[in-house]
Design a protein around this ligand. Sequence first.
Ligand code: HEM
Length: 395
Amino acid sequence: MNDFAPDDPAFFLGDPHAAFRRLRREDPLPWYAGSGGAWCVLKHADVMAVSRDPQRFTSTRGVQLDQMADADRPQGIPASILEMDPPQHNQHRKLVIGAFTPRAAKLQETMVRQIARECLEAIEPESVHDLVEALAVPLPMYVIAEMLGVSRSDRPRFKRWSDALIAAGGGGRTPETDASVGEMLGYFAGVLAERRSAPKDDLVSRLAFAEIGGERLGDPDILMFCITLLAAGNETTRNLVSGGALLSMRNPDQRQRLLAEPRLLPNAIEEMLRWWTPVQSFTRTATRTTELRGQRIAEGDTLLMLYASANRDEEVWGDDADRFDVGRDHARVRHLAFGFGEHLCLGAPLARLEARVLFEELLARFPHFELAGEPELLHSRLIHGVERLPVRFRR
Ligand code: HEM
């Protein structure tokens, strides 16, 4: 099984789907011994079964391979919502869910479109730019900045902090990234204090006055929530945009179809999410000895849910699962790019909105944007990402 190494970024840069396809057929729940060992959950039905059962499969011991377990977390650092189980998880999720409904996302459309247009207006027709830097990075970053109450003039600082956070999360933690993250926490603490004395209709004000069981949420919990949003909503949406752009350049027939039938765009975004799968995996830990697909799972075992594999499971998507098809029926089956169950991505309506608005604006302005060099893919086992995407912006 040496063509399968789901803890190694190089595996994902090769052709992981060849190994996934073979394993789904021959051994759909293999034990992988690297990185402390994990059951690798490759089938769509099994990823759903694990995600919907926090009693058996907990998030409190971390959701990434080798992640710090709850018990090892330094004192004073609260768990993020991603690492909670019910009932604590539901209590925290309820506090913010109102800011992330499809209706709330709709209210953000004007702001999102304005940011997308500003990015596109800086691009001259026929010029060549890195699409990642020009569009995919700034859009989600500035949208979250708006949500967290960062003023326009503070955007350059915010970009530095958010780059530091992403670098630190990707294993590149240094004294400089620590200093930037510390500066950012100080900034949010200031925003929080301002909202406490003069609340606005925004997310930070909502958190500032949030209560669980009659008790106000503490500052560390609120700051952790801000950081979680920044980390969870940035690189993910960035790579939906850049991965989706790459797919539409590599599949000209599909782009032609989108240009001819623009109403297909929301469905095309679902297909981009399925095919590209920006977050390749998350983990759970078994709380007791149990069974999955007839396999005995021991208490304390890790399960690695490979969304990337589940989203190509031929049992669900048919024999053409590997094909990128903007007309594929996404009403019938759900892809698992946003996870499933208790922890289903809170930012999914927002990410969908950002991608739809960006592609509407991009296709209207530069319908024939094309590759102008080799794309550079991100070296990561967690994120399916594009580092650099040289594009000629043709009208
Ligand atoms: C294409 C973009 C995105 C993808 C692929 C993505 C993917 C995911 C996945 C797979 C999970 C499930 C985690 C688990 O089960 O352990 C998740 C959870 C989460 N996402 Fe996203 N995400 C995206 C965008 C966003 C955005 C824009 C935000 C917010 C601004 C966000 C905030 C969150 C939060 C807070 C959670 C935790 C929810 C909970 O634990 O209840 N995400 N996301």
